[in-house]
Each structure stands twice: as structure tokens, then as C-alpha cells.
Design a protein around this ligand. Structure first.
Ligand code: 6PG
Length: 474
């Protein structure tokens, strides 16, 4: 019986499209789903796209795979993934591998990888970005797991991934949970990028008085320049869309309460644990949260605010483009900082430039901008921040007057711009010779004797605030 090179279990749209992508690339693929009707439907609808080996049971599925078995699990993160692992692991032999292609939390992946390693099996947490279309036509794929597993799995994933300049948008990220960690940060950056775009739209709407269709044209123009990206492209499409039922701009009939499945939140929680400031991602998560508090917003709707004076159109739009680009540089610098901090914490040795390279295509944040980031890390792989890269430093320096004007305008006319504002505050914090953290240290020492260090000599000190205020060695 012909054996499959790889198998996919879990044939919802993402899993189905991944299986189709593999089959289209000439790889015989075993397919299985808890309810076999889905398996049957896949073969009936798309059987002519390549070689599918349908299996009704886990045993049949495993038996149809060549060694070492490569078994891709495409089910919901969390308990469903654990359940499928437990269902298949006993059927596998040493050297076989289970690949989790869902949006699992990297800590779960580390746990699963260690447990299955004990059983002689490989476990690969692979971030797959690009949605349903990406899974079918070429996603960006971020596999973790052992180098040995990547030898058997990598060529297949690189074959079906998106390609940019002939290069696959897939590379081995690092051991155990590294792949899902990088996918998590990808999603955090995605949130931040989306929030900055939303604020730019809001300002063009309410500060410049442009209509959605006009703003769509502005984004279309921006998409021909340095802001070129999938997110800018689809923003223009969404803003240009008219709601068929009402004839109104689509964006005006959508309930303004953003939801989130959780990967952005994980990125912030993890950054807090690692001590990495990712204000852009945090403000994006909280902006979605604020939008969802309908009761709080209804109660606050009539709080006093400034008059929403209109500002000049085209010059303001140019200023917003600069503010958006500068804030985007900050947001990506923060995201890559978290990747470097995670890599150091867990000993993953992640190549940041390689991550930028595989994000150039296939994923939700795909953009020419990522080629700039790849070049920055090629020039200095250990740069502490992308902001000091010559290209980015010049771009932000050129943008900063407009950026400050846009943030000031937002504050003056009462349009919330937490993403644009926090990015500017982060930039100014990094530039500052002295930060007010010195006062914070004094306050902490006053009320809690938490001690402080001095600028002029080594050591740790405490002042006797309750006594004669002399300073003592702590
Ligand atoms: C991707 C997407 C994917 C998911 C979004 C939506 O990389 O293909 O990011 O993972 O569709 O993250 O998630 P939210 O509901 O959290 O916005």
C-alpha cells in the first residue's frame, strides 16, 4: 500500500487547506478527522488535487504514514490538542513526530515536547500564519522542536510555505517551544500594527474629516510606499466596502467592540514576566478590551471633552503617515526585543534576522518592511534595538516632528491614540538622559526602605527618612 509522507488530523478549514497544499505539491498526504464525514468530503471535493490517503480511525491513519511518521495536528489549542496527542502517541514508534500547527501557548508546547521526548517521540510546535488562504496557498511557518525533527519535517514545510525571492517563508526557529513563542510575538505585533492603523484611520476620519472611501484611497496610496503591507492593503479594502443592506460605509455598521482569541494577551503577559516593555502591544490589547466594555462606555459617553476641531486634510494625512511609520518601527522593535529576551531566557538561540525573513511573505504582518528588519539584523545581529539601525533611526528622526504634531492633535481634539502615543513615549524614554525613575526610587525608599543605587558611586543605599535623613549602606 502506498504510504503518505505526512498526515493531517483535524480537517476544519485550516487543516483541510494545509492538507490540500501538501497534496498540490505532490506529497501523498494521509487525512483524518474525528468525524469521518469531513474526511470523505475533503477527498470528494478536492481528491483531484493530489494523493490523499483517507483514514477513518487513528490506527488506519498511523498505518498509512511512512517512517519516521509526521503527524500534523490541526485542532483547537488547549485540552483538545492534549486529547489528540494522547490518542495518537501510543500508536507511534520512536523517532516519529507529532506537529502541533495550532496557536498553542509556548509553555504548553515546552511541556508536551518534554513529555513526548520521554516516550522517544518528537513534538514540534509550529506557528502557522496566514489564515485559511495562507494555509492553502503558502503560509509563513515557524517550526520549533529538535534539529533532528526539522531534518525530516523542514523540507516538506518549506516546500508548501510562501516564497519571497525564491526563499521559503519557513525556517527552524529553535528547540521545544521556540516556534510557538515566535508565532505568539508575531500575533502581538499584528495586534499592535492593527491598532496603529485603526488610530490612523480614526484621526483621518475625525481630525481631518475624511470619509471612509477617501481614507481607503489614502491607504491605497500608502500601500505603494514604505507602509506597503498586507494589513494596509486589506484596510483599504475594508474602508472602501459599502454595506449592501444599508448602503452605508461597511465600517459604520460594524459594532465597534473588538474581540481577541488571546495570543496578543499572551504576548503581553509573557513580556511582563520577561521584563520587556511592549507598550505598543499592551495598548493594542487594552484598546480591544476598552472597546468591549459597553456599559462603562455608555456610562462615560457624556463626560466633558474638547471640541473636535477639524485640521487641514492632505498635510495632516502626510503627518499621519509619518506618525504611523515611526510608531510601526517602535512596535516591531519592541516585538523583536521580546523575541531576543525569550531566546535568552529559554536558551533557544533564535536568529532574529531569519524570523524577519520568513515573515516577509505568507503571514498576516507580511510586508516589504520586514526586509528592512532582516537587513538591520544582517548588519548587526546583536543590536539591542531596531531603532538604532541607520535606516530606522533616520526614518524616525525625519518623522518625529509630524509624529509629535499628530499625537498632540489627537490629545487636543480628544481622539484616543494610545498606540501612537505610547510609541512616542517609548522613543522619548529611550532617548532621555535622565528618567523620573530616580524619583520613583526615592519614593520607594521613603515608604518601604526599598533602597536605591547612586549615579556617582557603586553600592546600594537607604536614607533614614524617619530620622535625621542620613544615608546608610543598605
Ligand atoms: C495568523 C493569525 C491567526 C488568527 C489571528 C486572530 O497569524 O494567521 O494571526 O493566528 O486568525 O491571530 O486572532 P485574534 O482573534 O486574537 O485577533
Amino acid at each position: 500500500m502506498e504510504k503518505a509522507r505526512i498526515g493531517v488530523t483535524g480537517l476544519a478549514v485550516m487543516g483541510r487547506n494545509l492538507a490540500r497544499n501538501l497534496a498540490r505539491h505532490g506529497h501523498p498526504v494521509a487525512v483524518h478527522n474525528r468525524t469521518s464525514a469531513r474526511t470523505k468530503a475533503l477527498v470528494e471535493q478536492f481528491g483531484d488535487e493530489g494523493t490523499f490517503l483517507p483514514a477513518d480511525t487513528p490506527e488506519e491513519f498511523v498505518a498509512s504514514l511512512e517512517r519516521p511518521r509526521r503527524l500534523v495536528v490541526m485542532v483547537k489549542a488547549g485540552a483538545p490538542t492534549d486529547a489528540v496527542i494522547e490518542e495518537f502517541a501510543p500508536l507511534l514508534e520512536p523517532g516519529d513526530m507529532i506537529v502541533d500547527g495550532g496557536n498553542a501557548h509556548f509553555a504548553d508546547t515546552r511541556r508536551r515536547e518534554a513529555a513526548l521526548r520521554e516516550r522517544g517521540l518528537h513534538f514540534v510546535g509550529a506557528g502557522i500564519s496566514g489564515g485559511e488562504e495562507g494555509a492553502l496557498h503558502g503560509p509563513s511557518i515557524m517550526p520549533g522542536g529538535s534539529a533532528e525533527s526539522y531534518e525530516a519535517l523542514g523540507p516538506l514545510l518549506e516546500d508548501i510555505s510562501a516564497k519571497v525571492d525564491g526563499d521559503p517563508c519557513c525556517a527552524h526557529v529553535g528547540p521545544d517551544g521556540a516556534g510557538h513563542f515566535v508565532k505568539m510575538v508575531h500575533n502581538g505585533i499584528e495586534y499592535s500594527d492593527m491598532q496603529l492603523i485603526a488610530e490612523s484611520y480614526d484621526l483621518l476620519r475625525h481630525a481631518a474629516g475624511l470619509a471612509p472611501a477617501e481614507i481607503a484611497e489614502v491607504f491605497r496610496t500608502w500601500n505603494t510606499g514604505r507602509l506597503e503591507s498586507y494589513l494596509i492593503e486589506i484596510t483599504a479594502e475594508v474602508l472602501a466596502h459599502t454595506d449592501a443592506a444599508t448602503g452605508k460605509p461597511f465600517v459604520d455598521v460594524v459594532l465597534d467592540q473588538a474581540e481577541q482569541k488571546g495570543t496578543g494577551r499572551w504576548t503581553v503577559q509573557t513580556a511582563l514576566d520577561l521584563g520587556v516593555p511592549v507598550g505598543g502591544i499592551a495598548e493594542a490589547v487594552f484598546a480591544r478590551s476598552v472597546s468591549g466594555h459597553a456599559d462603562l462606555r455608555e456610562a462615560s459617553r457624556h463626560l466633558p471633552g474638547p471640541s473636535r476641531a477639524k485640521v487641514a486634510g492632505s498635510s495632516f494625512a502626510d503627518a499621519v503617515e509619518k506618525a504611523l511609520y515611526a510608531s510601526k518601527i517602535v512596535a516591531y522593535a519592541q516585538g523583536f526585543h521580546e523575541i531576543q529576551a525569550g531566546s535568552a531566557e529559554y536558551g533557544w538561540n533564535i536568529d532574529a534576522g531569519s524570523m524577519a525573513a520568513i515573515w516577509r511573505g505568507g503571514c498576516i504582518i507580511r510586508a516589504g518592511f520586514l526586509d528592512r528588519i532582516r537587513a538591520a539584523y544582517a548588519a548587526d545581529p546583536h543590536t539591542p534595538t531596531l531603532l538604532t539601525d541607520a535606516h530606522f533611526a533616520e526614518a524616525v528622526g525625519d518623522a518625529q516632528d509630524a509624529w509629535r504634531e499628530v499625537v498632540a492633535t489627537a490629545a487636543r481634539i480628544g481622539v484616543p491614540a494610545p498606540g501612537l502615543s505610547t510609541a512616542l513615549a517609548y522613543y522619548d524614554s529611550l532617548r532621555a538622559d535622565r528618567l523620573p525613575a530616580a524619583l520613583t526610587q526615592g519614593q520607594r525608599d521613603y515608604f518601604g526602605a526599598h533602597t536605591y543605587r547612586r549615579t556617582d558611586r557603586e553600592g546600594t543605599y537607604h536614607t533614614l527618612w524617619g530620622g535625621d535623613r542620613t544615608e546608610v549602606d543598605a
